[in-house]
Design a protein around this ligand. Structure first.
Ligand code: NAD
Length: 501
């Protein structure tokens, strides 16, 4: 029998208890992994064991796919009208509202993101996403297309069938909602793999999905490792589509597995190294505040983090002074503290990765302007760090660090900064700060990025598409655009009396 993780919170942000099933959720049931093993989930504030959850295997993926296919063929997919799917998604959003603080607390506990951010951003955005796609469930339909008087031609948007979804640890709940919202709205049956580092909110969601009445098998959750569960999902011959968020390295593996198996449809949301461009005429105080949010939000563990800050030469010095003061004010500490801005990084692995990037910056001759060290002697806390004096080819300028590390780079003119901004493998996001609308929008047009912000950064909406150019991904999440990732278009031609001789 799968276990239950019970945790009593007693802190200045939340007092209460959570009870979370720790099994796999397959065919509407909580079950143990077929191998009988478990995964240790660690507390990022101290590295201690938090919970043990069932470890899924390839065999469990097979069981989940079979359950999803049964549901799709009998109770879900075409068998549940869009209006009913919409009601179920709205009930799920209501259920999430009813456990609002518990969801925030579990995200803070498991991932280390601050309770206040979870409360003001991640959890409301997750709920809004589910509601938004609930609204779409009976509205994403085909068209009639005029051809000639002897023909009725129309399209049907059909659900794809069984879809695999693989998500990372950086926004565990939000990433899950971005994925399941459009997939369930369009009637697909899901086999979901959360990150092995942060499975707890996904386990809570599986129980809520069950409680609000989705048919058994419409949503299946297989917690496990990437090399086993993730790989099996990617190469499974009966999964017709895989949607992935995570690193570019893993995205490539998933695409290869998909190509070698059944050529399944693949959408990828991958990494980034986003430029944030601040022109001489920007509102400098606002640019400072947004730039800090842009890179240090969620401890830098954000795919669209504006981690390369380009500042035009006339304001460079003033910007750097004000930015330094702002970054020094970031309070690093307990994710449950009411005034904490930055909690721990998610894992020892990420902590080590960030530290090795900081070392490489030093070795390659960049200047550590601020930070660069560990905070405290336990947990995975990293000082908010600023590098200056970088060169374009340095690793800290080219590669995604996924931690609280910014490089601040001086530039002279527009052509120079656009060339540098576009000079990475990535193309996820970018930002431009200027009071001159012509300059701002001319720069927007030249940037190779799926999202460009003007006079703000790192603000997303559930109804605006998000995704990458270049090696930052394929396809779009959020908004109406995401729905087409989860539908096959069928074109129907009906003859109205034309004779064939
Ligand atoms: P990761 O690629 O290591 O892991 C992501 C997920 O893939 C996890 O669930 C993992 O278990 C699984 N996985 C690992 N190997 C696999 C394999 N061979 N086959 C199938 N699945 C496998 O990434 P991460 O470290 O969890 O997350 C950080 C990365 O995610 C960063 O690069 C970040 O930029 C990216 N990210 C992108 C977006 C976006 O929308 N573009 C959003 C969030 C995170």
């Amino acid at each position: 029998m799968p276990g239950v993780f019970t945790h009593q919170f007693a802190n200045e942000s939340f007092n209460g208890q959570v009870n979370i099933n720790t099994g796999l959720f397959i065919d509407g049931q909580w079950v143990d992994g077929s191998g009988g093993s478990t995964i240790d989930v660690l507390n990022p504030t101290n590295g201690e064991l938090l919970a043990k959850v069932s470890e899924g295997t390839a065999e469990d993926v097979n069981l989940a796919v079979a359950a999803a296919q049964r549901a799709f063929d009998t109770t879900w997919g075409h068998n549940t009208p869009g209006s009913v799917r919409g009601i179920l998604l709205n009930k799920l959003a209501d259920k999430m509202e009813s456990q609002y603080d518990a969801l925030c607390a579990v995200e803070a506990l498991d991932n280390g993101l601050t309770f206040q951010w979870a409360k003001n951003a991640d959890v409301p955005a997750s709920i809004a996403t589910i509601r938004y796609y609930g609204g779409w469930a009976d509205k994403f339909h085909g068209k009639t297309i005029e051809t000639d008087k002897n023909k009725l031609a129309y399209t049907i948007h059909e659900p794809i069938g069984v879809v695999g979804q693989i998500i990372p640890w950086n926004f565990p709940l939000l990433m899950l909602c971005w994925k399941i919202g459009p997939a369930l709205a369009t009637g697909n049956a899901i086999v979901m793999k959360p990150s092995e580092f942060t499975p707890l909110s996904a386990l809570m969601m599986a129980e809520m999905i069950h409680q609000v009445g989705f048919p058994a098998g419409a949503f299946n959750l297989v917690v496990g490792y990437g090399s086993t569960v993730g790989q099996t999902i990617s190469e499974h011959p009966l999964i017709e589509k895989v949607a992935f968020t995570g690193s570019t390295v893993t995205g490539r593996k998933i695409m290869e597995a998909a190509a070698k198996s059944n050529l399944k449809n693949v959408t990828l949301e991958l990494g980034g190294k986003s430029p944030n461009i601040i022109f001489n005429d920007a509102d400098i105080d606002q640019a400072v505040n947004w730039a800090a949010h842009g890179v240090y939000w969620n401890h830098g563990q954000c795919c669209c983090a504006g981690s390369r800050i380009f500042v035009q030469s006339k304001i460079y010095q003033e910007f750097l002074e004000k930015f330094t003061k702002k970054v020094k004010s970031i309070k690093v500490g307990d994710p449950f503290g009411k005034d904490t801005n930055q909690g721990p990084q998610v894992s020892q692995l990420q902590f080590d990765r960030i530290m090795s990037y900081i070392e490489s910056g030093k070795e390659q001759g960049a200047n550590i302007h601020l930070g660069g060290g560990r905070v405290g002697d336990k947990g995975y806390y990293v000082e908010p760090t600023i590098f200056t004096g970088t060169k374009p080819e340095m690793k800290i300028v080219q590669e995604e660090i996924f931690g609280p590390v910014a490089v601040v780079i001086k530039f002279e003119d527009e052509d120079d900064v656009v060339r540098q901004a576009n000079d990475t493998l990535y193309g996820l996001a970018a930002a431009v700060f200027s009071k001159d609308i012509d300059r701002a929008l001319q720069t927007v047009n030249k940037l190779k990025a799926g999202t460009v912000w003007v006079n703000c950064i790192n603000v997303l909406n559930h109804n605006v598409p998000f995704g990458g150019f270049k090696q930052s991904g394929i396809g779009r999440e959020l908004g109406e655009y995401a729905l087409s990732n989860y539908t096959n278009v069928k074109a129907v031609h009906v003859n109205i009396g034309q004779k064939m001789f």
